[in-house]
Structure formats: C-alpha cells, structure tokens
Design a protein around this ligand. Structure first.
Ligand SMILES: Cc1cc2nc3c(=O)[nH]c(=O)nc-3n(C[C@H](O)[C@H](O)[C@H](O)COP(=O)(O)OP(=O)(O)OC[C@H]3O[C@@H](n4cnc5c(N)ncnc54)[C@H](O)[C@@H]3O)c2cc1C
Length: 379
C-alpha cells in the first residue's frame, strides 16, 4: 500500500463508498478507511428514494434531492457496465395513505406541500402522481387494510444500502481503490492544512481527506476547530417475511404516524422505523422499538400479521437539527472536506454527495449549489 495518497476517505457507508468510487474513476490514488461500526446507517436504511413525497420545506434540500435521485439511473448503469454486481436499485412506486381519521389533516397538508412544489418546480409531474381509491390501493399492496385516502407516486424507487455500497466499492476496488479496516483518530496538520490521517501511532499522508463518518463524524470537530452538529438518531426497522407473495411488485407505503413499509422481491417487507434521538451510539434493539414498528405496520397493513419476523436492523442516522446534510469545506482549514449529516435521507442523497465532494477534493468547484449545507451554519 502506498504511503501517500491523493485522497483518504474516512468511512465506508454509502457516502464514503460513493466518494471513493468517484475519486478512483477520476484517476485519484485513493485510500478508504472504515471502522465498520455496529449501527452503520447504510446497513439498516429502508432505501426509499422519493424526495417528491417528502414534507421538507427546504428548497435547497429538495433541489439536491431530485438531482440525487436523477443521478441514480446513470450511476447504476455505469456500475452495471463495470460488472460491479447487484445494486438492487428499482423503480417501485409509492402509496401515501391515511388510515385513521386523525391522519386526514396530515394527508391534506402533505398534498399541499407536494402540489405547491409541483407549481414551483414541476416535480412531481401530474402524470406521475394521482389519487387512488381504497380498493385500488389494496390491489397495489394486498396486505393493506381500509384506507381513508391515498395517493400514488409512480416514480418512487428503492435501494438496499448494503448492496449499493458494496457495488460502489467493488467497482472502485477494481479501479485500484485501497481499503483499510481501521479507526481514524485524527488528522495530521501542518498549520491550517491537513496533510494526512492518524490511526494510533501510524500516520498516512494524503493531499486531501474526506470525512464521511456518518453519525460518528462530530468527533473530528474539536481538532478542526469547528462544530459538526451531527448526532446519532437510532432507527430500528423490522424485516418481515411473506414467503410466496409477489412483494417485488408492491409499492412502498407511507402513512402519517411517521412510519413506512418497503417491500423487496424476495417476499420481504421492511417495516420502519423508530426515530430515537438521544440514543447515543448503542446499536441495540429494544422491546419498545420493536413493538412500535410492528404495531404501526399492522395498523396500516393487517395482512402482514401472518408474516415471519425475520430480523430487526438497527442504524444510527447522522442527524442534524435543521435536517440538512453537511457538505463541503471546513472554514479556515485546507485539505479536508465534510460529507455527513444526511439524516433519514442519506441513501437518497449519498451517491450524489459522494460525487460532489470527490470532485471538490480534486480541486473542482461543486457541480450543484451546496451553500446551504456548509458546516459554517452551526457557528
Ligand atoms: C432505520 C433507518 C431507515 C432509513 N431509511 C432511509 C430511507 O428510506 N431513505 C434514505 O435515503 N435514507 C434512509 N436512512 C438514512 C441513511 O441510511 C443514512 O443517512 C446513510 O446511510 C448515511 O450514510 P453514511 O455513509 O453517511 O454513514 P454510515 O452508513 O453510518 O457509515 C459511516 C461509516 O463511517 C465509519 N466511521 C466513522 N468514524 C470513523 C473513523 N473515525 N474511522 C474510520 N471509520 C469511521 C463507520 O464505522 C461507518 O462504517 C435510514 C436510516 C436508518 C437507520
């Protein structure tokens, strides 16, 4: 392994994997260092890709979100051309349903936000979004119970973070990416310039470093003299098995108690998820968490009652209080970039974030406006 790299990427979740892939694709001699923490968010993420259905009122987030989901098809095509293996990316559609009377005001508010964005930005197009009856909703997702109201967004997609990040890393390694299992303790600095990373007694030099450490990224703030206001938000998500059902053809279902169902082709339906701020980094399931996600799944889709409980995954979302990612330079420090804080939408945004910071690490200007995502906003 060479001792000097063009770029070192810290973290091997979807964001770090994407950054590393784009770096080696651009010809950069790159090292990715990953500690593989239990609770890596990418391994637990539900994989919903549908910014158009989000309730976020941030224009900057929405603009980045639609560019990020538009980037998936060409990226997946490139990975397929490089024989990177299954990415799992698929268009599957999404139903947004109100089950109880209490959800009707939220359903109406969600429609208001979605339609206001359509007015301003043309997304989602009228052809992609339409109301459906309770009967039609159940035809699409047979395990559903009665619903009071539903809309269907046909452009939504899903991706399994494990498979997507593995494909990115496989393609990157085939192009010469170096990968090291280890924990980066801090940076080597010459004045205000980062010139490498420290792992215990070892120092590895690099022209630039990218912090893609997910919920663990804040640990680097003290050394860099900046507040990286990213904290772990634990999510527990139950995977249910319905052997023999054609779940691969079912859409994602979102309801209004903050939960959702994501079906996969192998008779599996992921029912998520808890949103536990203050959880710390303890990547464990809890009785209350499992009860919460199962109760909500069965409230919306009583047909899931017969499913097997296959597993419960746990991940730490890299959460920011303003729900925006943290991307780009660290004020006053050269040679280091941040790519973290993607919260509940990092599978959606992560591949584009990785591409953007990879280009920045190679001295190019960001291809999209990331001003709103600057770490400087935390003061
Ligand atoms: C239950 C759940 C459901 C979700 N659903 C969705 C969804 O539907 N759609 C969506 O878009 N997003 C979703 N997300 C969010 C998404 O999974 C995350 O935002 C995204 O995976 C974050 O990726 P990341 O690469 O930043 O961090 P991670 O995947 O957490 O990876 C960070 C990596 O950095 C490593 N690391 C940290 N510090 C160091 C260090 N000092 N040295 C070396 N390595 C280090 C860690 O060990 C880890 O491997 C969900 C998340 C959860 C938990």
């Amino acid at each position: 392994m060479a001792s000097t790299y063009d770029v070192i990427v810290v973290g091997g979740g979807i964001v770090g994997a994407s950054a590393a892939y784009h770096l080696v694709r651009a010809g950069a001699n790159t090292l990715l260092i990953d500690r593989r923490d239990a609770g890596r968010a990418t391994d637990a993420g539900a994989g919903i890709l549908a910014p158009e259905m989000s309730q976020s009122e941030s224009d900057a987030w929405f603009q980045f979100g639609v560019e990020a989901v538009d980037y998936y098809p060409p990226l997946v095509e490139a990975l397929q051309a490089e024989n990177a293996g299954e990415t799992s990316y698929a268009r599957c559609g999404m139903l947004q349903v109100a089950v109880g009377e209490d959800e009707i005001p939220h359903f109406e508010e969600a429609q208001r936000v979605i339609l206001a964005r359509r007015e301003q930005r043309g997304r989602p197009s009228p052809a992609d979004l339409h109301p459906v009856s309770s009967h039609e909703a159940r035809e699409l997702f047979p395990a559903l119970g009665d619903v009071q109201a539903a809309i269907y967004f046909r452009h939504a997609a899903r991706v399994d973070g494990r498979q997507m990040s593995r494909a990115l890393l496989r393609a990157a390694e085939a192009r010469g990416l170096h990968v090291l299992d280890g924990s980066v303790d801090g940076f080597v600095q010459q004045g205000s310039r980062v010139t490498g990373v420290r792992l215990g007694d070892q120092q590895i030099e690099a022209g630039a470093a990218i912090i893609a450490g997910g919920a663990w990224s804040a640990a680097f703030g003290d050394q860099l003299g900046v507040r990286i206001a990213v904290e772990p938000q634990r999510g527990q998500i139950a995977h249910l098995g319905l052997a023999g059902e054609a779940t691969g053809e079912w859409p994602i279902v979102g309801a209004f108690h903050g939960h959702y169902l994501v079906p996969w082709p192998d008779g599996r339906v992921a029912a998520g998820a808890t949103r536990e701020l203050g959880s710390g980094f303890e990547a464990t399931t809890t009785a209350a968490g499992v009860r919460e996600v199962l109760d909500e799944a069965l409230r919306v889709a009583p047909g899931l009652a017969k499913a097997k409980l296959l597993e419960v995954r746990v991940g730490m979302r890299p959460y920011t209080r303003d729900r925006l990612p943290v991307l780009g330079e660290v004020p006053g420090i050269e040679g280091v970039l941040l790519a973290t804080g993607h919260g509940p939408t990092g599978l959606q945004l992560g591949p584009l974030s990785g591409k953007v910071v990879a280009a920045m690490a190679l001295g190019q200007a960001p291809e999209v406006d990331i001003t709103a995502f600057s770490v400087a906003r935390f003061g």
